[in-house]
Design a protein around this ligand. Sequence first.
Ligand code: NAD
Length: 490
Amino acid sequence: MMRPPDATAVVDREWFMIIDNQPVGAVDGGRLEVVNPATGQVVTTIPAATEADVDAAVAAAKNAFDGWRRTPAVVRARLLNEIADAVETHGEELARIDSIDNGTPISMLRNDIRLATTQLRYFAGLALELRGQSIPPPAGGLNYTVHEPFGVVGRIVPFNHPMMFAATKIAAPLVAGNTVVLKPSEHTSLSALRIGELCAEILPPGVVNVVTGLGATVGARLTTHPDVTRIAFTGSVQTGLGIQRQAATDRVKTVTLELGGKNPLLVFPDADLDAAVAGAIRGMNFTWQGQSCGSTSRVYVHRSLWHEFLDRLKVGVEKLQIGDPQNDETDVGAIVCRSQYDRVVRFIEAGTADPRARLIAGGDVEGPDAGLFVRPTVFAFDEGDCDSPLLNEEIFGPVLSVLPFEEYDEVIARANRLPLGLTASVWTTDLSTAMRATRDLEAGYVWVNTSSIHIPGAPFGGFKNSGVGREEGVEELYSYTQQKNVYIQF
Ligand code: NAD
């Protein structure tokens, strides 16, 4: 199916923040342009909030807290299910908005709608699982624990799954009885604003507030605000480190961080080669332009498979159709914004200029005048690891590096050598190699003979600099509560 003629109509309207269930602009009238990265066109504008706007959103959330925490958990769950229904009903609209705003192919964003509704319903279903314990006291009476919400949660999300993060990252805090101020990325705020509108039709005023604008203003005020005692951040390591510092300015706050990775995929000599090649391509998330935190970005291939693997990888990568994100047939869309595009191009230029890196596929870029497109790119490092930035820094673009290895211990050490540890993927038909590797890899989420699949309810999060805390499972729900112990002597 080709792109519908009115595909961009969904964004062609006035956009407002949602504070206390009301649509509002920034107090000083400031706005930011929204650019479609596939065309370079300014498609609309969003409010550029000031610190005063953040303060208003936090005040609304604080006012709403008492009522929301006293709302029975089953009622909170029912309302969350209504949000899931609304996301489903408006799924095509939300997917279109993200595709225009973020540049990702529409087919991938439709999948995000399915993931979002699953996740919202999963957390709604957990509402009655927030259970305390009874601990027998030595001197009689009753001792028990309860899980209480923190209050106002500051929830900051990145650009790469705009609608899905806006919808799902509010679920656990709400079920636990907190109110939320959500701050989406300044590059992709539209679907979060639409989610805010949908929430305003379902939730009491102030329970969910959405503020838009720059990280340095809006994000910084949210993380330092004295009435925000629980901060949850998804984004880059650099911003995450800053948020930990900001959050500690003059109050003790609970902070969880979901950060970046430089994720390895290991192909052992007994692997199913075709499956491993397909797994590396899927793992790299070329269909998200490589902009997924769990993306494979370093592939270690046993020397015995080296040439065959590269040949098949090149064929697979070159089959991917790059083009208009609005088309159903497109596999790879546009990079989210100019600064991210320039960053990815710098990595590709570093690779093409480096004699240690051999270009296997891609390497050419089409923009920026034709839109921010980067062809899926693969470099082989025949001599192994080195100080190339392609092997040491998160690129967050469609650029994959492949390296040979000889021995088990050597490849595990090389996979673990960076201060990051979000995901890893292992390809082998030998059970003991699989078991050893899952034990030895320093990563929060390890796949064997698959890649990039999130299991609903399974905890997602990072080792080392990739983060603190776990999301997507019951741990996330508990992370939005603080335990209270009660001892009644009688
Ligand atoms: P980013 O860190 O630049 O921005 C993320 C958010 O933080 C944005 O909303 C931004 O406005 C805000 N922000 C920026 N400066 C801030 C400040 N000083 N105080 C408070 N907030 C501030 O990240 P990005 O470029 O939007 O996203 C890409 C990064 O996100 C990658 O590193 C990727 O790996 C990571 N990520 C991690 C996960 C995960 O679950 N671990 C998921 C998706 C993305």
